[in-house]
Design a protein around this ligand. Structure first.
Ligand code: SF4
Ligand code: SF4
Length: 189
């Protein structure tokens, strides 16, 4: 086995092991499909929520972490409220997002950076400052061509007064302790 294949095999083993808590959350699934029928984002998902839980139960980490399904979950809680087995499906989707972010998996890097920079702006100011957020996000992408794709939209929004030029600032730090505590809980959990 060459080094690349060995690395990939080790990563798959690690991802399969990471699925254990998610597996516990959904193991009582009876595959009724109510979650898929309740999900407002199902039309854009490559695996329906019902199929995603089947993959988790089967330990199919490779297929799960190629899928866009969990990254498209908007945490609306419809599936959790309607699941006849009362399973914590929104938490399970969030758990998959956390694994993808922690392992820095290539298909989800842009989504992960987007979320991180969004939260960084909220941590600094208690709300998102749009222009600062986009500056942080585009800098983190390290690809000068991506901001260019959004330049005309940005100009239109500025002309309409929807966004305003803002220099990034460190903010007040009032939320630092709260964010630190959440990070600790996520590491522990
Ligand atoms: S609604 Fe609940 S029991 Fe039905 S398929 Fe979805 S997770 Fe399984
Ligand atoms: S919580 Fe996520 S998976 Fe569940 S219905 Fe809402 S968008 Fe779909």
């Amino acid at each position: 086995m060459d080094t690349q294949n060995m690395d990939s095999s080790l990563l798959q083993d690690k991802l399969t092991a990471s699925l254990e808590p998610i597996h516990e959350m959904v193991q009582a699934c009876i595959q009724c499909g109510t979650c898929s029928g309740s999900c407002p984002n199902e039309f854009a998902m490559d695996l329906t929520p019902r199929r995603m839980w089947r993959m988790v139960i089967m330990g199919q980490s490779e297929k799960i972490f190629e899928s866009r399904t969990f990254i498209l979950c908007s945490a609306c809680y419809s599936c959790s409220l309607r699941c006849p087995r009362g399973l914590p499906l929104t938490d399970a989707m969030a758990g998959l997002k956390r694994i993808a972010a922690r392992e820095n998996l290539a298909p989800y890097r842009r989504s992960t950076l987007f979320t991180k920079t969004f939260l960084e702006s909220v941590r600094r100011h208690g709300r998102v400052r749009e222009m600062e957020f986009m500056t942080l996000y585009f800098s983190a992408l390290k690809n000068p061509f991506i901001p260019l794709q959004f330049a005309s939209l940005g100009m239109r929004l500025m002309r309409k007064g929807k966004v305003h030029p803002q220099l990034p600032s460190k903010g007040t730090g009032k939320l630092d302790a709260l964010f630190k505590r959440v990070e600790e809980l996520e590491v522990a959990g």
